[in-house]
Design a protein around this ligand. Sequence first.
Ligand SMILES: Nc1ncnc2c1ncn2[C@@H]1O[C@H](COP(=O)(O)OP(=O)(O)O)[C@@H](O)[C@H]1O
Ligand SMILES: [Mg+2]
Length: 262
Amino acid sequence: MSARGTAEEVAADAAADPVPPLLELRNVDAGYGPFRAVFDVSLSVHEGRALALLGANGAGKTTLARVCSGLVRPSAGGVYLDGVDITGVAPYQVARSGVIQAPEGRSVFATLSVEENLTLAFRRDLGRSGTDEAIQKAFEVFPRLGERRRQRAGTLSGGEQRMLALARVLARPPRLLIADELSLGLAPIIVDEVYRTLETIRDAGTTLLIIEQHVHQALRTADDVGVLVKGQLSYQGRVSELGDVTEQLLPDADDDSGVPPD
Ligand SMILES: Nc1ncnc2c1ncn2[C@@H]1O[C@H](COP(=O)(O)OP(=O)(O)O)[C@@H](O)[C@H]1O
Ligand SMILES: [Mg+2]
């Protein structure tokens, strides 16, 4: 369980493991113009699992998410999908390969009904004939949305709106769903609901990269954990092996000051 690996170590791991990670970052540097937000990060997301990427505000979590989805091109290092180098591939092509960033916030059409929102999303992706079936499936996965199919999306609770936003993603279940602070600004009880939604999506076969400042909720759902401190990965391992070092390693949910790497 090393915090970081050199390119050689990562390559040796890859050689020892016949199944490459679904998504892998190798020694990634990334930033904005001359500003570097992420330093030498190597991170693996394994198929069928959920990785929680934790860190204080400004640690570089969103930047890493954007590297994964192709929105930010690393200034050094590489991004690998199924072991294939996809560094610098356009975001729409990364999305086509099944790596999707979850819609942020309440990105639903407030004046349209739940069903109309889904119809709009599905028709674009699936055409008319696939839409009815996809809507049925969404209501099976999220019965709550089925009960509210005629309700205007703007009158749903915050958690239900996020559920609806996530249900739209399921038209074509992605291989990897990147959820960047989906719980931001939600009441705790609604956060629980959003996480149950994520678990439903994972149980349907989608791998998850969950990015969070709120540590405990994410760790309840995740199998693996990475901790980012000031742009560097200070820890990577299995949640089950975190044990009582949790408190030392992880920045507090309400603390923006960050934690030193060691
Ligand atoms: N578009 C941008 N242009 C310049 N700097 C940015 C931009 N987005 C983020 N940053 C900077 O990069 C660093 C990491 O930000 P970010 O990845 O958003 O962190 P987090 O998601 O962990 O809060 C911060 O110092 C932030 O100010
Ligand atoms: Mg962020």
